[in-house]
Design a protein around this ligand. Structure first.
Ligand code: FE2
Length: 321
């Protein structure tokens, strides 16, 4: 029976002292760069985020108009209100392209109900951190990653772990997964629930303080850095009856970038070493499963969202028979 070669051993250190401001340098690396606490240049506007979720929930016509902007999958996703087994969360998924497509009248309406502050926040955060983090990751990778991120492929996600879902007592806010892109920055409203898997002891979940802002890397960073950057599996557990809000900036390479290291890596599969997959293909491969986990896509019989990281591991790492 084949199995994937072991991922390079990682060290996960959660040191509360790292939560302090690092004046001048905004990033504080933890362990092997797999998890980083940052002291953000601006706080996430959680009152605006709460306001927007509440307004969309109470104004279905406006929510429908917003979803018409992106008819393929919608923007305001509420599968958890009907599906008790998917991730019990509501999301608003924005990107610069989708924002530009919101009709002017709807822009004005939603701006008054939180969207204005939210977009100001995400624009500030992405303008500041994307170049800075790509530069830092390039230094670690020994490879200039900036040309692979020329199109500013960013997504802004708001998440409402609202108690009023189809399974109000479920602890499953967000199932265990590794992000697909280059890096993500997770802002929290002070409520605990985010957990990181300890790399040395899979299955052991380490709570992250609810007031921490976390930068973590995804599969694209692992591959493009030749395995020098690690990704960490994470999940969100709900406390029944407790509402929790978060905001996430996702940064990914340009869609036509080959998922390949700069130089051959023995631990990687031949397909990855040869660059047979591009980011677009890889995103679609992973996206199908995360949409299933989130209740927004059906999978064929036998396909299991819990297998997502196993599938990707088998794509990325060399099999040892
Ligand atoms: Fe994630």
């Amino acid at each position: 029976m084949c199995h994937s070669s072991a991922q390079p051993r990682l060290e996960l250190l959660i040191d509360l002292s790292k939560l302090r401001s690092t004046s001048g340098i905004a990033l504080t690396y933890i362990g092997d760069y797999s998890l980083t606490f940052i002291n953000p240049i601006t706080a996430a506007p959680f009152s605006a985020i709460r306001n927007l979720f509440d307004y969309l929930a109470q104004n279905p016509a406006s929510a429908a108009a917003l979803n018409d902007v992106y008819t393929l999958r919608g923007i305001f996703k509420t599968a958890a209100t009907e599906n008790p087994t998917c991730d019990q969360k509501l999301t608003v998924d924005l990107s610069p392209t989708r924002i530009a497509r919101i009709p002017p009248g709807l822009q004005v309406e939603l701006t008054e109900h939180g969207l204005g502050d939210i977009l100001t926040f995400f624009n500030t955060i992405s303008d500041h951190y994307v170049p800075q983090v790509i530069t830092s990751l390039s230094a670690i990778a020994g490879r200039d990653l900036a040309p692979l991120h020329a199109s500013f492929n960013v997504n802004f996600r708001l998440i409402d772990y609202n108690p009023a879902t189809a399974s109000p007592k479920s602890q499953n806010g967000c199932g265990a997964h590794t992000d697909y892109g280059t890096f993500s920055i997770i802002f929290q409203d002070g409520t605990a629930g985010l957990e990181m898997e300890a790399p040395e002891t899979p299955g052991t979940w380490v709570p992250v303080p609810g007031n921490a802002t976390v930068l973590l890397c995804g599969w694209c960073a692992v591959v493009l850095s030749g395995g020098k950057v690690a990704a960490v599996r994470h999940r969100v557990r709900r406390v029944p009856g407790v509402r929790r809000l978060s905001a996430v900036l996702f940064v990914a390479p340009d869609l036509d970038v080959k998922m390949a290291p700069g130089e051959r890596v023995e631990a990687f599969s031949e397909a990855v070493n040869k660059g047979l997959y591009d980011v677009r293909w890889f995103k679609e491969k992973m996206g199908k499963k995360w949409r299933y986990r989130e209740g927004n896509e059906n999978l064929e019989c036998g396909d299991d969202s819990a297998e997502q990281d196993i599938d990707v591991s088998q794509l990325v790492w060399k099999k040892i028979c």
